[in-house]
Write a protein that binds this ligand. Structure first.
Ligand code: SF4
Length: 245
């Protein structure tokens, strides 16, 4: 579990350090879209040919003029060099670090400015079936990160038959108990090979958005099919990046 890739978006002035591996074992992990039916949960596509040393990553970050550094996964907090690079970005470069996505297993972290946390389910049994882990630690971590002053966003995947509207609205209501201004994104499930669940309909997505807006001020949703999810850079130039390492 370590970093294997560094990318750069010149237009939006951010760099991203990418990790391989995750602490959860979600059968419906969207990383499986890249690997077809041979992907394994949590390691949903083949491992990289090599991992990067912290010094290599720091060396390339030094050459960039960026406003923000992101870490992506799998689950980026499993990378052993994460804290060292966060500290380097803040102290040597003056650049704030954010977890572009995280399952919330390890929050808050020193010098980490923000995180976009995927909250998987409200019901503990559903959370366990979905991820292989109990929900308490994740929600407790989110609460602690908020109270530590981190800039938080949250997201949830709407999976009809697994994570239904009641789960999603309960998560939104819980977040609102911390702060109604926390941005919340509902992602329509994108079917992955070998799983029985279907995409939500457009009407279901709109109903979920409306239900969450009863609690939170900033609610959005995305409803992609597998083809669009695999070609994000053609739809959104924030995904149009150059690989540096
Ligand atoms: S937490 Fe995210 S990256 Fe990890 S297995 Fe689940 S869906 Fe995949």
């Amino acid at each position: 579990m370590a970093f294997y890739k560094v990318t750069y978006n010149e237009k939006y002035r951010f760099a991203t350090v990418h990790n391989y591996g995750c602490t959860f074992r979600c059968p419906i992990c969207s990383y499986k879209l890249k690997s077809g039916e041979h992907g394994k949960p949590g390691h949903a596509y083949p491992p990289p040919e090599r991992y990067l040393e912290a010094e290599e990553i720091k060396g390339v970050l030094k050459t960039l003029d960026v406003d923000k550094l992101y870490f992506m996964g799998g689950e980026p907090t499993v990378a052993k060099d994460l804290q060292e690079i966060i500290d380097f970005a803040k102290e040597a470069l003056g650049v704030p670090s954010h977890l572009g996505h995280t399952n919330g297993s390890r929050l808050p972290l020193p010098n980490l400015k923000g995180a976009n946390v995927g909250l998987k389910a409200w019901d503990d049994g559903v959370h366990l079936a979905y991820t292989g882990k109990r929900k308490k630690r994740i929600f407790d971590n989110f609460d602690r990160a908020y109270r530590a002053g981190m800039e938080l966003k949250a997201n949830v995947v709407y999976v009809p038959g697994l994570v239904d509207l009641d789960q999603i609205e309960s998560i939104a209501a819980w977040i609102a108990g911390l702060d109604r201004e926390i941005p919340f994104h509902i992602m329509g499930y994108i079917p992955v090979p070998g799983q029985k669940y279907e995409r939500p309909t457009a009407e279901q997505m709109k109903a979920a958005e409306a239900a969450c807006r009863r609690h939170l001020r900033h609610v959005a949703f995305s409803h992609m099919d597998p083809e669009s999810a695999l070609h994000l850079s053609g739809r959104d130039d924030r995904f149009a990046v150059t690989r540096l390492l």
